[in-house]
Design a binder for this molecule. Structure first.
Ligand code: CDP
Length: 789
């Protein structure tokens, strides 16, 4: 879509209309969970473990309960009376709400203090005396799987080791055969470290159990309110919390990025405390709790091999991965795929054979495996294939851009069935790469690099030509805890032609109030300004699986178009009635029906809406409403080509990103300004793990990145000026031809940066550097290779 079909006043697809939500955000008038204050509200604070693995000998609450304002200290033993001390994870593992016997990671919840003020709750938490008996901590997943390693999940009676699951995909025999026959192979160990979503707003909730009406309302920072309601009902049904008596409200959210999908113990404790006291209970994490205890992302130890012919034709990919899941598998993956969508790891390349294996391991670390601004491990997949392709190109002495173009899936091959079974919907990978090369001046940069190399200067050019996979997903293969991953839109057109549309998704800053209204405006011709979009209240919104993995546009966006078309079907009959014509004799353009051959005889959508309530045809139900629960036939495959130029300081090892060009293709664009904003934010969130972010642990399981002093986020100082552009290759199966965009840049950027760094150092013998590429890491490489004294 290059030229919008609607006028700027209507504001359908392709218009960069300003975000409807921003007036309240930029004036500080948003309503976040911590803005919810109810009469008589109590506050919860959490006591956390200083040990990574320890037996709980005793919890002494006497001093804590003596703190003025403290009402109670809640322990695992208290919850155990109601069988609420354990809960299921989204991957059907189990997770402690509060421990009874032992703690499994540093910063784990040990007890909770309920008080009349936030300060009293914090003082009470500091006064809880816990006696621990430290146990040996198992920190590395490799050691966790060694024979004789202490078995961590002693709660699982039959568990004899720390192995969670083995999962494999692809044709092993064909892949092995391709490797045996290969003329050239490359192999690399790639570690994608543990990182953490550091949303601007931490997690929290206000739980209010109204004893009179027997109704629980929870305002909470969740990306998936309906799924949470169902999980609460399934877990707490036995204590009287039936699903129709639970209302989850997800108000304004300050960033989710996958970290607000899981259920954290704090939510459950707050609900239990409210049910027991009948008072509203607020729990808001502080920044360090958020960083140390909430679900992490990545932590994949990958061994990858790529095979090719001497002429540079890629033939096969073989990958073995060890996934560190902490003490429980709390990833938020579709059930069928314990390693998420990692098996899209053949990327943008036409590979004839591939095989991928992943093993999950328990360690004494926080649980997780969440999709940090990516579609279930697609970042790990992209990083692996883009690094490997680059290594192979360098190994063969071929230009990485030419090498990619030679091996890309060609436009005429779509729909393309990958060696690992995915059906890519559409793409033009060379088109995006050509545009990026032109924009950055690739040939000129190569000349500059050659000259600089002669002078001993370190300059690198890195490419990442990634393919994403978003829009989970078709119900045949995709569910979370059995809930199929459809999504929904319900539209009500009011008599005066204005409308309200409600969705099963939940924006966390992506601008859904604007873009969903634009889809309706495109379809119905009702101005976007006249459409109110609502999400996040389970009492009013239709059921849906929520917003993560860039699924909103591919799934709920499609539901918006389909519900609109149902409205139009009815509006057409009403227009025919008003115009005394047959419905099939009417011509439709957005917002108006007219009689074929008599354009002056017409009725607007607003005329039809009014008639739906004042003058509807006999035999037709009054009103103009529709709902769609959209089950996508396939995922969408956005893609892009990014090119990054780095300069490396030989004295300090510092990597400076000098230029970064990003060409994205998300099919038809709803709002170009919002898409550009998503890409800018995503690129910065891709730069972060490439150069700065990592959560590591010492051998005792002490977290080394537990505050923003050690866990480095990019600031304006480290962030380059992003140069963005796009190509448009519509999705053939999506009703409006759109693909997702929210996560493309986070997924695609790290490999471009890493490839640029290795490109700068390849001639010195460097083949790979794990992210984050910090100055000490590079400096060490320079020293080892005789560049720096
Ligand atoms: O699920 P999530 O909203 O995080 O991701 P998305 O569906 O990729 O959408 C992110 C934002 O970009 C939303 O406001 C979309 O409506 C907008 N978008 C767009 O304007 N055009 C597209 N083709 C895709 C997304």
């Amino acid at each position: 879509m290059t030229t919008p079909k609607t006028t700027p006043e209507v504001g359908g697809m392709g218009h960069s209309i300003k975000r409807k939500e921003d007036p309240r955000f930029i004036r500080g008038k948003g309503t976040y969970v911590d803005d919810v204050v109810l009469p008589g509200m109590l506050y919860l604070d959490i006591v956390r473990s200083p040990h990574a693995h320890a037996k709980i000998v005793k919890i002494d609450t006497a001093k804590a309960t003596a703190v003025p304002g403290v009402l109670a200290v809640i322990t695992g033993a208290d919850l155990a009376k109601y069988n609420l001390h354990w809960m299921p994870t989204l991957m059907s593992d189990t997770q402690m709400v509060l421990p009874v016997e032992k703690v499994m990671y540093q910063a784990q919840e040990v007890a909770a203090v309920l008080a009349t003020t936030r300060y009293a709750a914090a003082d009470g938490a500091a006064a809880v005396d816990v006696e621990y008996e430290p146990l040996p901590a198992v920190v590395s997943p490799q050691k966790a799987l060694e024979p004789g390693a202490p078995v961590l999940r002693t709660d699982k009676k039959d568990k004899k080791d720390n192995h969670i699951w083995h999962w494999e995909w692809g044709d092993r025999a064909a892949t092995d055969r391709a490797f045996a026959e290969a003329e050239v192979t490359v192999k690399e160990q790639i570690y994608i470290p543990r990182i953490h979503v550091a949303s601007i707003e931490t997690c929290g909730c206000v739980a209010h159990f109204d004893k009179v009406n027997d109704k629980l309302t929870v305002w909470m920072t969740t990306q998936a309110p309906h799924a949470i309601r169902t999980v609460f009902a399934l877990v707490a049904g036995h204590v009287g919390l039936a699903e129709h008596k639970i209302r989850i409200i997800s108000p304004d959210i300050g960033g989710g990025f996958g970290g607000k999908v899981p259920v954290y113990p704090g939510y459950v404790i707050a609900v239990a405390a409210s049910v027991l006291t009948g008072k509203p209970v607020k729990w808001i994490e502080d920044r360090m709790e958020n960083l140390q205890a909430d679900s992490f992302a990545r932590d994949y130890h990958i061994t990858a091999e790529l095979a090719a012919k001497k002429d540079g034709t890629l033939t096969a990919l073989r990958i073995k991965t060890l996934a560190d899941h902490g003490y429980t598998d709390a990833a938020a993956n579709p059930s069928k795929f314990p390693a998420g969508l990692f098996h899209v790891c053949t990327g943008s390349y036409d590979l004839k054979a591939a095989h991928v294996e992943v093993d999950g391991a328990y360690t004494n670390k926080p649980p997780g495996g969440i999709a940090y601004r990516c579609s279930f491990r697609v970042t790990e997949a992209v990083h692996t294939i883009e690094r490997m392709v680059d290594i192979m190109a360098h190994q063969l002495g071929q230009d990485p851009a030419d090498f990619r173009k030679k091996n890309f899936i060609k436009p005429e091959q779509f729909p393309y069935k990958s060696a690992l079974g995915w059906e890519y919907d559409s793409g033009n990978y060379a088109g995006a790469l050509d545009k990026a090369m032109q924009m950055i001046g690739y040939a000129e940069l190569k000349r500059e690099q050659a000259e600089k190399r002669k002078r001993g200067e370190l300059m690198g050019i890195g490419i990442s030509s990634f393919t994403e996979i978003v829009g989970a997903g078709p119900s045949k293969h995709f569910d979370i805890l059995g809930l199929k991953m459809f999504d929904s839109c319900e539209i009500r057109v009011h008599p005066t032609g204005k409308a309200i549309a409600r969705f099963g998704t939940k924006s966390q800053g992506q601008g859904h109030e604007t873009t969903y209204a634009q889809i309706l405006a495109e379809e119905l011709g009702i101005p976007a300004a006249d459409i109110q979009v609502e999400e996040g209240d389970t009492d009013t919104a239709p059921y849906g699986l929520g917003t993560y993995a860039s699924r909103s546009t591919p799934v709920a966006g499609a539901a918006a178009a389909i519900a609109s078309r149902k409205i139009l079907d009815k509006a057409r009959k009403i227009a025919a009635h008003l115009l005394e014509a047959a419905p099939e004799d009417l011509v439709y353009e957005p917002g108006k029906f007219s009689v074929k051959g008599a354009p002056n005889r017409s009725k607007t959508i607003q005329d039809c809406a009014f008639a739906a309530y004042t003058n509807h045809p006999q035999g037709m139900e009054a009103g103009l409403e529709a709902v769609s629960y959209y089950d996508p036939p396939n995922l969408t495959y956005p893609f892009g080509s990014y090119i990054c130029v780095v300069d490396i300081d030989k004295g300090t090892g510092e990597v400076k990103v000098r230029r970064f060009v990003a060409i994205d293709d998300c099919g038809n664009i709803i709002n170009p300004m919002i898409v550009q904003g998503q890409v800018h934010g995503g690129l910065t969130m891709g730069l972060a793990p490439a150069l700065l972010e990592e959560i590591s642990y010492d051998e005792h399981g002490n977290v080394q990145g537990g505050s923003f002093i050690d866990y480095l986020l990019p600031t304006a100082m480290e962030t380059p000026k992003w140069e963005t552009g796009h190509t448009i290759t519509p999705s053939p199966h999506h009703p409006i031809g759109a693909k997702g965009i929210g996560e493309s840049a986070t997924v695609g950027a790290p490999a471009a940066i890493a490839n640029a760094v290795v490109d700068a150092l390849w001639h010195l013998g460097v083949r790979h550097v794990d992210i984050p590429i910090t100055p000490p890491k590079v400096w060490k490489l320079l020293r080892e290779n005789g560049v720096t004294e």
